[in-house]
Design a protein around this ligand. Structure first.
Ligand code: C2E
Ligand code: MG
Ligand code: MG
Length: 756
């Protein structure tokens, strides 16, 4: 319906609403007028007017009671014109009374006629004010005939009355126009208001439907982060109800991670959150993407925020699934080749930064095909799963165990301590652990199955080699392990391989050496300025049945790394004490002190003091004759603990010498705090005394410093008379070195003493 039609309908409705009353009033007045005028007008005029009035009333009644639905444009217009027709007819019939019911020579009846017609005009104008055409035509048709008749009457009074009626009519029409305009505006406003109301209602309904059926959760919150509205979808996502959620103070949420994005909205910005959520009122959880926007009131102030919550759990699940498929082996759930290469890429970068080595172990099961062929693929799969579990148990959680496919696995080790050989040794040890773990029997349903792996290893440090190249190296090494008879570890690098093999052999032999009594102590004499023997340093030698004499430089480090030094060191102290005891029995040797080298690992043992004390007591020796040689670096490690141990040992009565002095930190500060008896100038300074002025200076300074601290000072590695003279000239009075005697077995040492 357009505006014009709507207004016409409204007019019509208004006209019809009063037309019953006006029709009744019109009929009543007509009857009354007819009654009053019948005696003073001709009966012909009376009958004509009466008949016209009856017809006009019938016509109007028919129109008033006609159907009142004007939905169609055409209807409203047509009905309005029909109504006007009725009004015009009624106006004309009423107007005709001005002629037909005008009584000559009965001024009172004329007055009555004018009075009735005036009243009808006022009533008509009031009833039809909604439609200007109806109202004007009614009043004009009603008043004009009587006016004309009054003028025709010719007398002054009648003319004046006619004039008054005319003025009255003009005035009426002017007022009518205004009333009609007001009515028109009124109707328009009412229609507009109704239309606006309808629009608001529609908007509200649309919004409600949208919120209720949107696939996202929505909530509004105030500046205190309290939920003021939420939709059903949000309640469903959180397995809660709208009633429970409204009023919820989000500052108390179980999942606090979303709060910053909500607060951002309260600061006037858009806030976003993507992550895992945990419902506060229920066990519901999932992944959500939340968008938060500020909510402004009419003045622009922020009164809260609106958040849209998308449940992205399914997407996350799908992503995880894709990631799993892309990066993990579905059978063993181990990383696949792609993930291994990615991790290797990171490992190379971090190794370049830290300068720590890493290793790849390429593992292939021996004779796996035979298992598949005999027991079937199901059993093969079962074995691979068990192998995966065992591999994982052999390495740290940070290391990577991957399956390349078939029966090929790769273990990637990172952050191996030390360099080269040491890293190789660690890799070898883990390789051995894997050999052992995978070599144990498997329970494949009812079958007990045995299988061994062949392992190829390669080390990496930084980006020296490409990822693929490294894998290839480990693969080649694995084939070498196969060639070497399987069930073994092989390194890619032959030199590395040799060194690792040699080390493994040495370690094995070193383990047996103590029991087989292959260790011996050699003695190197220490003398005073008059070359009189003061004692000796006990230096260990390994007399190998095939390789002969092995120097400590070749095995002490390995012994330290494998902790074998603990039992070896224990034996050395015991043997030294036994020797002191033996010397104490002889006048020639009873004052000789014996210096013993002590390793850091050995010194750090909790019961080291007790061990020394037990040896001293077991052999009943004078403890001052036992001198423990420590090195600077080992002392600095944990200075407080060191001082404690040294003091405890001092209480027993043993002596301390600081070996290889000058090669370490030589910090005066700690030298002062340590209960030392002697400083031993390292042989590297002594060696170059003749040639190097700075070494001369260093040696001079060390001696002066020792004297300042009231410490004995002994020079080791003295080979020439020139060296001895220089040392002596600078105040050093004790010497050890080739010039006086090399380390020799006991018999030779004692024979040498006797010669002097
Ligand atoms: P060190 O304690 O500094 O021992 C002195 C080393 O200098 C000995 O080497 C000795 O043979 C050598 N030497 C002595 N005089 C001269 C000389 O005039 N010229 C030259 N060039 N060298 C001389 P050795 O016996 O090979 O011992 C090497 C290192 O092994 C020792 O250095 C010590 O740190 C360690 N060591 C030896 N025996 C033991 C032991 O029983 N336990 C422990 N933990 N370490 C030991
Ligand atoms: Mg020494
Ligand atoms: Mg030394």
């Amino acid at each position: 319906m357009n505006d014009k039609t709507a207004i016409q309908s409204a007019k019509l409705r208004q006209l019809l609403s009063v037309s019953k009353v006006s029709l009744i009033a019109s009929i009543s007045l007509a009857l009354f007028l007819a009654y009053m005028q019948q005696a003073v007008v001709s009966s012909a005029s009376f009958i004509v007017w009466g008949s016209l009035m009856v017809l006009a009333s019938l016509l109007r009644a028919a129109l008033v009671y006609a159907p009142k639905h004007f939905d169609v444009d055409y209807d409203a217009n047509v009905h309005l014109w029909k109504f006007r027709l009725g009004v015009i007819v009624a106006g004309a019939v009423w107007g005709s009374a001005g002629f037909l019911l005008y009584p000559d020579n009965h001024p009172q009846h004329v007055m009555f006629l004018i009075f009735v017609l005036g009243g009808m005009t006022v009533g008509g104008v009031a009833s039809f004010s909604a439609d200007l055409i109806s109202a004007v035509s009614f009043s004009v048709l009603l008043c004009l005939p009587i006016t004309v008749r009054l003028f025709v009457a010719g007398d002054g009074l009648s003319a004046s009355m006619g004039m008054a009626v005319l003025l009255y009519l003009g005035f009426m029409i002017m007022i009518l126009r205004r009333i009609s305009r007001n009515v028109y505006e009124n109707i328009s406003l009412r229609l507009e208001a109704a239309a606006r109301e309808e629009k608001v209602r529609e908007g509200k309904e649309r919004y409600r439907l949208l919120l209720a059926h949107l696939p996202v959760g929505i909530f509004h919150f105030d500046t205190d982060l309290v939920i003021t509205y939420c939709n059903e979808r949000l309640a469903a996502m959180l397995r809660s109800s709208v009633e429970r959620l409204i009023g919820l103070d989000m500052k108390l949420l179980k999942e606090q991670a979303i709060l910053p994005s909500l607060r951002k909205a309260l600061q006037g910005e858009m806030g976003y959150f993507e992550g895992h959520y945990l419902a506060t009122h229920s066990e519901a959880d999932g992944w959500a993407y939340i968008t938060c926007a500020p909510f402004h009131d009419g003045s622009g102030a922020i009164t809260g925020g609106i958040a849209i919550v998308q449940d992205i759990s399914e997407r996350k699940l799908a992503e995880d699934k894709i990631k799993n498929l892309a990066f993990y082996d579905p059978l063993t759930e181990l990383p696949n080749r792609r993930l291994l290469l990615e991790r290797l890429h990171h490992a190379l970068a971090s190794s370049a930064r830290s300068n720590k080595e890493g290793a790849l172990l390429f593992i292939d099961l021996d004779n796996f095909k035979a298992l598949n062929d005999t027991l079937g693929h199901d059993m093969g799969d079962l074995l691979l799963r068990q192998v995966a579990q065992r591999l994982n148990s052999c390495v740290h959680a940070d290391d990577t165990v991957a399956r390349l496919g078939g029966d090929e696995f790769v273990v990637m080790l990172e952050d191996l301590g030390g360099h080269g050989l040491e890293a190789a040794a660690q890799t070898e040890a883990i390789g051995e652990r894997i050999l052992d773990a995978l070599g144990r029997p498997y329970q494949l349903v009812a079958h007990e199955y045995r299988c061994t792996p062949s392992i190829g290893a390669t080390l990496f440090c930084g980006h020296r080699l490409e990822k693929e190249e490294l894998l290839k190296q480990a693969d080649i090494a694995m084939y070498q392990a196969k060639k070497a008879g399987r069930n073994t570890v092989r390194f890619f690098d032959q030199l590395m391989q040799d060194a690792v093999t040699a080390r493994v052999v040495l370690e094995g032999e070193l383990r047996g050496a103590l029991v087989k009594r292959q260790f011996h102590l050699y003695y190197q004499i220490q003398v005073d300025q008059m070359r009189r023997p003061l004692g000796a340093e006990a230096l260990i030698r390994w007399i190998h049945p095939e390789r002969g004499l092995i120097s400590p430089d070749l095995f002490i480090k390995l012994a330290e790394e494998t902790d074998l030094i603990l039992s070896i060191g224990h034996w050395v102290i015991d043997a030294a004490c036994a020797q002191i005891k033996a010397w104490q029995q002889n006048v020639l040797t009873r004052n000789l002190a014996l210096a013993v080298n002590v390793s850091a690992r050995q010194f750090r043992q909790a019961d080291f003091t007790a061990q020394v004390q037990a040896a001293v007591q077991r052999h009943a020796i004078s403890p001052v004759l036992l001198k423990l040689e420590l090195t600077e670096s080992m002392l600095l490690d944990n200075i407080e603990e060191t001082i404690k141990t040294m003091q405890a040992l001092k209480e027993i009565g043993v002596q301390f010498s600081l070996d290889d002095f000058g090669t370490g930190y030589s910090s005066l500060q700690y030298l002062k705090r340590l209960p030392l008896d002697q400083i031993k100038i390292d042989r590297s300074f002594v060696r170059d005394i003749a040639a190097d002025t700075s070494d001369r200076e260093i040696v001079g300074t060390i001696i002066a410093m020792a004297q300042n601290l009231y410490l004995d000072v002994i020079a080791e590695g003295v080979e020439t008379e020139v060296q001895r003279q220089f040392l002596l000239g600078n105040g050093c009075t004790q010497f050890q070195g080739g010039l006086f005697g090399n380390p020799v077995p006991l018999e030779q040492f004692e024979a040498m003493l006797k010669q002097e």
